[in-house]
Design a protein around this ligand. Structure first.
Ligand code: PLP
Length: 386
């Protein structure tokens, strides 16, 4: 078993991943001896600055962008706040209309909601039962007041991959800018920012076997974007994310990016093979729906619903695996996932939907044990209600 906690198999890699040993190794010297502030003008600072630059090169290399095109943040949420709020505040004279999708992550929906309170108008695009937007609806929704369209590359709950190339053409043809949350795609599929021509993108180290507390905001240099700062301080990271750089985490992020690039094909093949085994077994079970099954999806993600079953009871029986339910927990209440609701599923079906997300560290025996647990749990509940 690759990763266990009290013998529980970890299959929640879209929530966070284990830090790769090689990433930890690369970070240790930064804590122990190379601990200088990257802003200091002496040997310790120069050295810190140098390792940050190496990390920038490695991340740029993974995503085919220039090291100068992104800034480091504490994660994708902070990057999204800096990007969305900063761009909209700087460009509001051109228009105060934004477009996004009902299935976006809260890291995007919440800053967008904050702008709504400040007088921006928001169009929320609908999705079909696979989570896919209608490109015609997008095209029609863009007006001469639309300054930004925010659409993610891959959905964190279903793994659905949006056709960002077609979306980019529509958005730019109409003179608007495209913000894209690529957090779940990086390290799981090839992401080439030069080809994609997105204006702003966000991603995070802890989703790709890097450390928590480190992410990035990408700003396409060709598209000459203007952003207002929402933070004030020492001027680091183009003044948009001031504050002492988190050098150990940035170094770890760089190492994670290096291995994500070097091992991408092998990792994709491995995860896809295991996902196929899992899906074939799930399909043997009566009453199962695999969300977005026939769409382009991340190689590591399976989200399935079990019809006519109490999701809470099923979750308690899935006691050998760590998976994520189609729900959000707020102040001790469990709410159905807004993504599955937007896809048209009932609250009961959303609450009986489970996301299994694999990583490069998931083994065949992990998947076989998971299948056993899932089958036993569902069959025992189905027998009780028969
Ligand atoms: N966007 C997506 C699609 C995510 O899955 C997540 C993490 O859950 C985030 C944004 C937020 O990332 P972070 O934890 O780095 O703030």
């Amino acid at each position: 078993m690759a990763i266990t906690n009290q013998n529980i198999i970890y299959l929640d890699n879209n929530a966070s991943t284990a830090v790769d040993d090689r990433v930890i190794e690369s970070m240790l010297p930064i804590f122990k001896s190379n601990f200088g502030n990257a802003g200091s003008d002496h040997a310790f600072g120069w050295e810190a600055n140098e390792v940050v630059d190496i990390a920038r090169e490695r991340i740029g290399d993974l995503l085919n962008c220039k090291p100068s095109e992104f800034l480091f943040t504490s994660g994708a949420t902070e990057a999204a706040n800096i990007g969305i709020l900063g761009f909209c505040k700087a460009n509001k004279a051109k228009g105060k209309h934004l477009i996004t999708v009902r299935t976006e992550h809260k890291a995007i929906l919440e800053p967008v909601k904050a702008l709504e309170k400040e007088g921006f108008t928001i169009t929320y695009l609908n999705v079909d039962d696979c989570g896919m937007i209608d490109l015609q609806e997008l095209d029609t929704a863009i007006t001469d007041q639309t300054i930004l369209v925010a659409i993610m590359l891959a959905n964190n709950e279903t793994g659905l991959i949006h056709p960002i190339d077609a979306i980019e053409r529509i958005v730019h043809d109409k003179g608007s800018a495209l913000f894209c949350d690529i957090t779940q795609a990086v390290g799981k599929i090839k992401v080439d920012l030069d080809i994609l021509n997105i204006d702003l993108a966000v991603f995070s180290a802890h989703k790709m076997h890097g450390p928590k507390g480190c992410g990035a905001l990408y700003m396409n240099r060709k598209n000459k974007l203007k952003l207002n700062s929402i933070f004030y301080g020492g001027g680091q990271e183009k003044g948009l994310r001031p504050g002492t750089l988190n050098v150990p985490a940035i170094v770890g992020f760089g190492t994670a990016a290096y291995f994500a690039k070097a091992e991408l094909k092998d990792n994709i093949d491995k995860m896809l093979a295991l996902r196929k085994i899992l899906e074939a077994n799930l399909e043997e079970i009566e009453g199962i729906i695999i969300h977005a099954k026939n769409n382009k999806r991340l190689p590591n993600t399976v989200n399935f619903a079990v019809l006519n079953i109490d999701g809470g009871k099923l979750l308690r029986r899935l006691n050998k695996i760590a998976v994520s339910r189609g729900s959000a927990c707020n102040a001790n209440t469990v709410e159905p996932s807004h993504v599955l609701q937007a896809m048209g599923f009932s609250n009961d079906t959303a609450l009986a939907s489970f996301r299994v997300s694999l990583s490069k560290e998931t083994t065949r025996s992990d998947i076989e044990l998971a299948i056993l647990n899932i089958k036993e749990a569902i069959y025992s509940l189905q027998k009780m209600t028969a």
